[in-house]
Design a binder for this molecule. Structure first.
Ligand SMILES: [Zn+2]
Length: 155
């Protein structure tokens, strides 16, 4: 999806970090390939899907079993903490790969992290995916950056 590049200047292959609320937003049956494939369909670019150990541990549907198509993002939490805390810590401490997209169905986590600049969040509500667009501030900053680059080129 070009929108990720235009809005956030991130490009494929994307690193998509999913939390347990995302996994558990699918019904328990038939989830095995759906959790990976529906996100791939929505984003439509090359990507790698990650889930942290804590999120996997917190998932009711998967309960420690890595879903097909996912890579385990190991963390140092022993014993495991809540998956959303683990994801939030990881993102805030910038322990994340480039071109990161967060996929969640957790409205609390979404509202906690939505103000972070440059973090695209794909939110699953019901059966639908929604992409968080950048805030007015982010758009403004991106515009200024672009103008400075142009001025630099012309100067
Ligand atoms: Zn963790």
């Amino acid at each position: 999806m070009r929108v990720f590049r235009e809005l956030y200047d991130i490009r494929p292959p994307h690193n998509v970090l999913c939390d347990e609320s995302y996994l558990d937003s699918f019904s328990k049956y038939g989830t095995k390939t759906l959790v990976a494939n529906s996100l791939k369909e929505f984003i439509g670019d090359k990507m790698k899907l990650y889930i942290t150990s804590c999120s996997l541990h917190s998932s009711h549907n998967f309960h420690g079993v890595l879903p097909r198509g996912f890579t385990l993002a190991t963390c140092s939490h022993v014993p495991a903490i809540s998956g959303s805390d683990c994801v939030e810590q990881r993102i805030r401490s910038k322990l994340v790969k480039q071109n990161l997209i967060l996929a969640t169905a957790d409205s609390v986590l979404f509202h906690t992290l939505r103000m972070l600049p440059g973090l695209p969040i794909v939110r699953r509500i019901g059966d639908q995916f929604h992409l968080k667009g950048p805030s007015d501030d982010e758009r403004q900053q991106a515009r200024i950056k672009k103008e400075q680059e142009l001025a630099h080129l012309n100067g």
